[in-house]
Design a protein around this ligand. Structure first.
Ligand code: SF4
Length: 369
Protein backbone atom coordinates (compact mmCIF):
# COMPACT_ATOMS: atom_id res chain seq x y z
CA UNK A 1 0.00 0.00 0.00
CA UNK A 2 1.32 3.48 -0.89
CA UNK A 3 2.30 5.75 1.96
CA UNK A 4 -0.50 8.20 2.74
CA UNK A 5 -0.12 10.96 5.31
CA UNK A 6 -3.01 12.03 7.52
CA UNK A 7 -2.72 15.60 8.78
CA UNK A 8 -4.81 18.06 10.73
CA UNK A 9 -4.03 21.77 11.07
CA UNK A 10 -4.72 23.38 14.44
CA UNK A 11 -5.46 27.08 13.99
CA UNK A 12 -6.08 27.87 17.66
CA UNK A 13 -9.82 28.19 16.96
CA UNK A 14 -12.52 25.99 18.46
CA UNK A 15 -13.40 23.87 15.42
CA UNK A 16 -9.94 22.52 14.58
CA UNK A 17 -9.26 21.96 18.30
CA UNK A 18 -12.49 19.96 18.64
CA UNK A 19 -11.73 18.06 15.44
CA UNK A 20 -8.35 16.91 16.75
CA UNK A 21 -10.03 15.49 19.88
CA UNK A 22 -12.84 13.93 17.82
CA UNK A 23 -10.40 12.24 15.43
CA UNK A 24 -8.16 10.90 18.18
CA UNK A 25 -11.11 9.44 20.10
CA UNK A 26 -13.22 8.20 17.23
CA UNK A 27 -10.56 7.01 14.79
CA UNK A 28 -7.57 6.04 16.93
CA UNK A 29 -6.30 3.69 14.21
CA UNK A 30 -5.46 6.66 11.97
CA UNK A 31 -2.00 8.03 12.61
CA UNK A 32 -2.87 11.71 12.30
CA UNK A 33 -0.09 14.30 12.38
CA UNK A 34 -1.10 17.58 13.97
CA UNK A 35 0.50 20.86 12.98
CA UNK A 36 0.05 24.54 13.61
CA UNK A 37 1.30 27.45 11.51
CA UNK A 38 2.72 29.96 13.95
CA UNK A 39 2.74 33.58 12.80
CA UNK A 40 4.61 34.60 15.95
CA UNK A 41 1.83 37.09 16.62
CA UNK A 42 -0.86 34.90 18.11
CA UNK A 43 -2.61 35.53 21.42
CA UNK A 44 -1.17 33.83 24.52
CA UNK A 45 -4.54 32.09 24.88
CA UNK A 46 -3.89 30.33 21.54
CA UNK A 47 -0.51 29.03 22.66
CA UNK A 48 -2.12 27.87 25.94
CA UNK A 49 -4.81 25.99 24.01
CA UNK A 50 -2.18 24.24 21.91
CA UNK A 51 -0.35 23.15 25.09
CA UNK A 52 -3.57 21.74 26.55
CA UNK A 53 -4.32 19.92 23.30
CA UNK A 54 -0.88 18.35 23.22
CA UNK A 55 -1.51 16.90 26.68
CA UNK A 56 -4.94 15.67 25.73
CA UNK A 57 -3.85 14.11 22.42
CA UNK A 58 -0.65 12.72 23.90
CA UNK A 59 1.07 13.87 20.73
CA UNK A 60 3.22 16.74 19.68
CA UNK A 61 1.60 19.45 17.58
CA UNK A 62 4.25 20.24 15.02
CA UNK A 63 4.99 23.96 14.71
CA UNK A 64 5.39 25.12 11.12
CA UNK A 65 7.53 28.22 10.81
CA UNK A 66 7.27 30.15 7.57
CA UNK A 67 10.95 31.12 7.75
CA UNK A 68 14.04 30.06 9.64
CA UNK A 69 13.66 32.17 12.77
CA UNK A 70 17.15 31.67 14.17
CA UNK A 71 18.47 34.91 12.68
CA UNK A 72 15.35 36.99 13.12
CA UNK A 73 15.68 39.31 16.11
CA UNK A 74 12.20 39.07 17.68
CA UNK A 75 11.37 35.65 16.27
CA UNK A 76 8.25 36.74 14.37
CA UNK A 77 7.65 35.37 10.90
CA UNK A 78 4.98 38.02 10.38
CA UNK A 79 7.44 40.84 11.00
CA UNK A 80 9.95 39.25 8.66
CA UNK A 81 7.49 39.32 5.76
CA UNK A 82 6.17 42.73 6.70
CA UNK A 83 9.70 44.10 6.29
CA UNK A 84 9.93 42.37 2.93
CA UNK A 85 6.69 44.11 1.89
CA UNK A 86 8.01 47.51 3.03
CA UNK A 87 5.56 47.86 5.93
CA UNK A 88 2.52 47.28 3.70
CA UNK A 89 -0.08 45.81 6.08
CA UNK A 90 -2.19 42.90 4.84
CA UNK A 91 -5.94 43.32 4.38
CA UNK A 92 -8.90 41.24 3.26
CA UNK A 93 -8.19 42.27 -0.34
CA UNK A 94 -4.44 41.80 -0.10
CA UNK A 95 -3.92 38.87 2.19
CA UNK A 96 -0.24 38.18 1.72
CA UNK A 97 -0.04 37.05 5.35
CA UNK A 98 -2.16 33.94 4.80
CA UNK A 99 -0.18 32.92 1.76
CA UNK A 100 3.25 33.51 3.27
CA UNK A 101 2.55 32.39 6.84
CA UNK A 102 0.04 29.58 6.39
CA UNK A 103 -0.38 28.22 2.87
CA UNK A 104 3.22 28.18 1.60
CA UNK A 105 4.61 26.50 4.77
CA UNK A 106 1.75 23.97 4.63
CA UNK A 107 2.53 23.04 1.02
CA UNK A 108 6.24 22.60 1.66
CA UNK A 109 5.53 20.60 4.87
CA UNK A 110 3.53 17.97 3.01
CA UNK A 111 5.84 17.78 0.00
CA UNK A 112 4.61 15.34 -2.65
CA UNK A 113 3.46 12.55 -0.36
CA UNK A 114 -0.23 11.72 -0.92
CA UNK A 115 -1.91 13.46 1.99
CA UNK A 116 -5.37 13.50 3.54
CA UNK A 117 -6.03 16.79 5.29
CA UNK A 118 -8.86 16.77 7.86
CA UNK A 119 -10.70 20.09 8.04
CA UNK A 120 -13.05 21.20 10.82
CA UNK A 121 -15.85 22.78 8.79
CA UNK A 122 -19.02 22.02 10.76
CA UNK A 123 -22.24 20.42 9.59
CA UNK A 124 -24.05 23.76 10.05
CA UNK A 125 -21.73 25.68 7.72
CA UNK A 126 -22.05 26.04 4.00
CA UNK A 127 -18.48 26.38 2.77
CA UNK A 128 -15.58 24.19 1.77
CA UNK A 129 -12.62 25.97 3.37
CA UNK A 130 -9.17 26.03 1.89
CA UNK A 131 -8.56 23.29 -0.65
CA UNK A 132 -4.95 22.82 -1.63
CA UNK A 133 -4.19 23.17 -5.32
CA UNK A 134 -1.84 20.22 -5.04
CA UNK A 135 -3.17 17.05 -6.62
CA UNK A 136 -1.54 15.04 -3.86
CA UNK A 137 -3.68 16.63 -1.10
CA UNK A 138 -7.27 15.66 -0.44
CA UNK A 139 -9.47 17.48 2.09
CA UNK A 140 -11.92 15.49 4.20
CA UNK A 141 -14.59 17.08 6.43
CA UNK A 142 -15.34 14.68 9.31
CA UNK A 143 -17.87 16.97 11.04
CA UNK A 144 -20.15 17.01 8.01
CA UNK A 145 -22.48 14.33 6.80
CA UNK A 146 -20.94 15.02 3.40
CA UNK A 147 -17.28 14.31 4.20
CA UNK A 148 -16.12 14.79 0.61
CA UNK A 149 -14.91 17.96 -1.08
CA UNK A 150 -16.82 19.52 -3.93
CA UNK A 151 -14.46 18.26 -6.63
CA UNK A 152 -14.88 14.66 -5.49
CA UNK A 153 -18.69 14.87 -5.49
CA UNK A 154 -18.60 16.53 -8.86
CA UNK A 155 -16.50 13.73 -10.27
CA UNK A 156 -18.32 10.72 -8.84
CA UNK A 157 -21.77 12.09 -9.60
CA UNK A 158 -20.92 13.23 -13.11
CA UNK A 159 -23.09 11.75 -15.86
CA UNK A 160 -19.90 10.38 -17.39
CA UNK A 161 -19.27 8.18 -14.36
CA UNK A 162 -22.88 7.16 -13.81
CA UNK A 163 -22.55 3.60 -15.15
CA UNK A 164 -19.43 3.04 -13.10
CA UNK A 165 -21.21 4.43 -10.01
CA UNK A 166 -24.09 1.97 -10.57
CA UNK A 167 -21.75 -0.93 -11.11
CA UNK A 168 -19.91 -0.21 -7.83
CA UNK A 169 -23.27 0.10 -6.11
CA UNK A 170 -24.34 -3.30 -7.39
CA UNK A 171 -21.09 -4.84 -6.19
CA UNK A 172 -21.56 -3.44 -2.68
CA UNK A 173 -25.20 -4.42 -2.56
CA UNK A 174 -27.59 -1.60 -3.23
CA UNK A 175 -30.81 -0.25 -1.97
CA UNK A 176 -33.67 0.15 -4.47
CA UNK A 177 -34.46 3.73 -3.55
CA UNK A 178 -30.77 4.72 -3.63
CA UNK A 179 -30.30 3.05 -6.99
CA UNK A 180 -33.33 4.84 -8.45
CA UNK A 181 -31.84 8.23 -7.52
CA UNK A 182 -28.36 7.21 -8.71
CA UNK A 183 -29.78 6.37 -12.15
CA UNK A 184 -30.88 9.97 -12.71
CA UNK A 185 -28.64 12.20 -14.77
CA UNK A 186 -27.54 15.57 -13.48
CA UNK A 187 -29.50 18.19 -15.42
CA UNK A 188 -30.85 21.71 -15.17
CA UNK A 189 -33.84 20.40 -13.25
CA UNK A 190 -31.89 17.94 -11.10
CA UNK A 191 -28.64 19.62 -10.15
CA UNK A 192 -25.65 17.98 -8.52
CA UNK A 193 -26.47 19.31 -5.05
CA UNK A 194 -29.98 17.84 -5.23
CA UNK A 195 -28.67 14.46 -6.30
CA UNK A 196 -26.01 14.50 -3.60
CA UNK A 197 -28.47 15.41 -0.85
CA UNK A 198 -31.00 12.86 -2.04
CA UNK A 199 -28.39 10.07 -1.91
CA UNK A 200 -27.07 11.20 1.48
CA UNK A 201 -30.62 11.35 2.85
CA UNK A 202 -31.26 7.77 1.80
CA UNK A 203 -27.99 6.25 3.00
CA UNK A 204 -24.90 8.30 3.75
CA UNK A 205 -22.69 5.29 4.49
CA UNK A 206 -23.68 3.57 1.26
CA UNK A 207 -22.81 6.75 -0.65
CA UNK A 208 -19.42 6.87 1.09
CA UNK A 209 -18.74 3.24 0.20
CA UNK A 210 -19.45 3.83 -3.48
CA UNK A 211 -17.26 6.96 -3.50
CA UNK A 212 -14.44 5.05 -1.80
CA UNK A 213 -14.60 2.34 -4.47
CA UNK A 214 -14.61 4.92 -7.27
CA UNK A 215 -11.66 6.81 -5.75
CA UNK A 216 -9.58 3.63 -5.97
CA UNK A 217 -9.55 4.19 -9.72
CA UNK A 218 -8.18 7.74 -9.35
CA UNK A 219 -5.10 9.45 -7.92
CA UNK A 220 -6.95 10.77 -4.89
CA UNK A 221 -5.06 9.86 -1.67
CA UNK A 222 -8.12 8.23 -0.07
CA UNK A 223 -8.24 5.82 -3.03
CA UNK A 224 -4.76 4.57 -2.13
CA UNK A 225 -5.98 3.21 1.22
CA UNK A 226 -7.18 -0.35 1.81
CA UNK A 227 -9.58 0.86 4.45
CA UNK A 228 -10.87 4.30 5.35
CA UNK A 229 -12.84 4.33 8.62
CA UNK A 230 -14.57 7.63 7.90
CA UNK A 231 -16.58 5.85 5.23
CA UNK A 232 -18.60 4.35 8.09
CA UNK A 233 -19.33 7.74 9.63
CA UNK A 234 -22.59 9.55 9.04
CA UNK A 235 -22.53 12.03 11.88
CA UNK A 236 -23.25 15.71 11.36
CA UNK A 237 -21.76 17.89 14.09
CA UNK A 238 -22.93 21.43 14.65
CA UNK A 239 -21.90 24.33 16.88
CA UNK A 240 -23.28 22.90 20.14
CA UNK A 241 -21.45 19.60 19.53
CA UNK A 242 -18.15 21.45 19.06
CA UNK A 243 -18.47 23.31 22.36
CA UNK A 244 -19.49 20.04 24.06
CA UNK A 245 -16.44 18.16 22.71
CA UNK A 246 -14.13 20.85 24.07
CA UNK A 247 -15.82 21.10 27.46
CA UNK A 248 -16.22 17.34 27.97
CA UNK A 249 -12.62 16.62 27.02
CA UNK A 250 -11.31 18.92 29.74
CA UNK A 251 -9.46 21.01 27.14
CA UNK A 252 -12.09 23.73 27.32
CA UNK A 253 -12.80 26.48 24.85
CA UNK A 254 -10.01 28.89 23.91
CA UNK A 255 -9.98 31.51 26.69
CA UNK A 256 -10.40 34.48 24.37
CA UNK A 257 -13.97 33.31 23.55
CA UNK A 258 -15.06 33.75 27.17
CA UNK A 259 -17.40 36.73 27.44
CA UNK A 260 -16.33 39.64 29.61
CA UNK A 261 -18.62 42.37 30.83
CA UNK A 262 -18.41 45.96 29.71
CA UNK A 263 -20.48 48.95 30.75
CA UNK A 264 -21.83 51.68 28.55
CA UNK A 265 -24.14 54.62 29.12
CA UNK A 266 -27.20 54.72 26.87
CA UNK A 267 -29.79 57.49 27.33
CA UNK A 268 -28.56 58.20 30.84
CA UNK A 269 -28.69 54.54 31.94
CA UNK A 270 -25.66 52.32 32.52
CA UNK A 271 -26.05 49.11 30.54
CA UNK A 272 -23.97 45.96 30.87
CA UNK A 273 -22.96 44.16 27.70
CA UNK A 274 -20.45 41.39 27.02
CA UNK A 275 -17.61 41.17 24.54
CA UNK A 276 -14.96 38.63 23.64
CA UNK A 277 -12.84 37.72 20.67
CA UNK A 278 -14.53 35.58 18.04
CA UNK A 279 -11.50 34.11 16.30
CA UNK A 280 -7.98 32.82 16.65
CA UNK A 281 -5.10 34.18 14.56
CA UNK A 282 -2.90 37.23 14.93
CA UNK A 283 -3.88 39.65 17.67
CA UNK A 284 -3.97 42.48 15.11
CA UNK A 285 -5.97 40.58 12.50
CA UNK A 286 -7.81 42.98 10.19
CA UNK A 287 -10.83 40.67 10.16
CA UNK A 288 -11.76 41.50 13.71
CA UNK A 289 -14.80 43.61 14.42
CA UNK A 290 -14.62 47.06 16.02
CA UNK A 291 -15.88 45.66 19.33
CA UNK A 292 -13.03 43.12 19.24
CA UNK A 293 -10.54 45.95 18.87
CA UNK A 294 -12.16 47.53 21.94
CA UNK A 295 -11.84 44.17 23.72
CA UNK A 296 -8.15 44.11 22.79
CA UNK A 297 -7.68 47.70 24.00
CA UNK A 298 -9.33 47.04 27.35
CA UNK A 299 -8.24 43.50 28.13
CA UNK A 300 -4.87 43.17 26.31
CA UNK A 301 -3.72 46.76 26.33
CA UNK A 302 -0.06 45.97 25.57
CA UNK A 303 -1.06 44.09 22.43
CA UNK A 304 -3.26 46.97 21.31
CA UNK A 305 -0.28 49.31 21.66
CA UNK A 306 1.84 46.87 19.66
CA UNK A 307 -0.83 46.74 16.94
CA UNK A 308 -0.76 50.56 16.85
CA UNK A 309 2.99 50.46 16.31
CA UNK A 310 2.45 48.70 12.99
CA UNK A 311 0.38 51.59 11.65
CA UNK A 312 3.09 53.64 9.97
CA UNK A 313 3.59 55.51 6.72
CA UNK A 314 -0.12 55.78 6.03
CA UNK A 315 -0.85 52.07 6.48
CA UNK A 316 -3.61 51.07 8.91
CA UNK A 317 -5.42 47.87 9.89
CA UNK A 318 -8.82 49.29 8.96
CA UNK A 319 -9.82 51.49 6.02
CA UNK A 320 -12.12 53.66 8.09
CA UNK A 321 -9.92 54.73 11.01
CA UNK A 322 -6.60 54.22 12.71
CA UNK A 323 -6.16 52.46 16.02
CA UNK A 324 -5.20 55.79 17.58
CA UNK A 325 -8.57 57.22 16.53
CA UNK A 326 -10.47 54.13 17.67
CA UNK A 327 -8.86 54.35 21.13
CA UNK A 328 -10.46 57.72 21.92
CA UNK A 329 -12.92 57.38 24.87
CA UNK A 330 -15.89 58.80 22.93
CA UNK A 331 -15.21 56.42 20.02
CA UNK A 332 -14.95 53.42 22.34
CA UNK A 333 -18.22 54.40 24.02
CA UNK A 334 -19.83 54.71 20.58
CA UNK A 335 -18.66 51.26 19.49
CA UNK A 336 -19.91 49.70 22.73
CA UNK A 337 -23.26 51.44 22.37
CA UNK A 338 -23.70 50.24 18.81
CA UNK A 339 -22.68 46.72 19.83
CA UNK A 340 -24.97 46.67 22.86
CA UNK A 341 -27.97 47.84 20.84
CA UNK A 342 -27.27 45.35 18.05
CA UNK A 343 -26.97 42.45 20.45
CA UNK A 344 -30.14 43.40 22.31
CA UNK A 345 -32.24 44.42 19.33
CA UNK A 346 -35.88 43.31 19.71
CA UNK A 347 -34.97 42.02 23.19
CA UNK A 348 -33.12 39.15 21.52
CA UNK A 349 -30.35 39.17 24.10
CA UNK A 350 -28.05 36.96 22.03
CA UNK A 351 -25.98 34.32 23.81
CA UNK A 352 -22.21 34.70 23.67
CA UNK A 353 -22.06 31.60 21.44
CA UNK A 354 -24.48 33.31 19.01
CA UNK A 355 -22.32 36.42 19.09
CA UNK A 356 -19.21 34.41 18.23
CA UNK A 357 -20.96 32.69 15.35
CA UNK A 358 -22.19 35.99 13.98
CA UNK A 359 -18.77 37.61 14.25
CA UNK A 360 -16.82 34.73 12.77
CA UNK A 361 -18.84 34.86 9.54
CA UNK A 362 -16.17 36.62 7.57
CA UNK A 363 -12.60 35.45 7.59
CA UNK A 364 -9.94 33.12 6.56
CA UNK A 365 -10.43 29.37 6.81
CA UNK A 366 -6.69 28.80 7.27
CA UNK A 367 -6.46 31.05 10.32
CA UNK A 368 -9.77 30.65 12.11
CA UNK A 369 -11.30 27.19 11.76
S1 SF4 B 1 -4.89 35.84 11.44
FE1 SF4 B 1 -5.39 37.56 10.10
S2 SF4 B 1 -3.49 38.77 10.04
FE2 SF4 B 1 -2.92 36.74 10.83
S3 SF4 B 1 -2.31 35.56 9.05
FE3 SF4 B 1 -4.49 35.16 9.33
S4 SF4 B 1 -5.59 36.66 8.04
FE4 SF4 B 1 -3.43 37.36 8.30
Amino acid sequence: MAEVKHILGISGGKDSAALSIYMSEKFPSLDVEYYTSDTGRELDETYALIDRLESKLGKRIFKLDAVDLTNIADGSAFDHFLNMYGGYLPSSTSRWCTKKLKLDPFESYIGDTPTISYVGIRGDEDRDGYISKKQSVQSIFPFRRNIWSEDVNKLVLSNKLKDNFLSKLNKIGGNIQFEAVAKNDISLTFILKQKLNALLDIDTILYNKVVFELLKETDYPVGKLDYFPLVENDENLIREDIFAILENSGVGIPAYYKPMEYHVEINGEIKTGAYSRSRSGCFFCFYQQKIEWVWLFETHHELYLQAMEYEKAGYSWMDSETLEELAKPERIAGIKKEHYLRMNRNNQNKSWQDQIMEAEGEGCASCFI
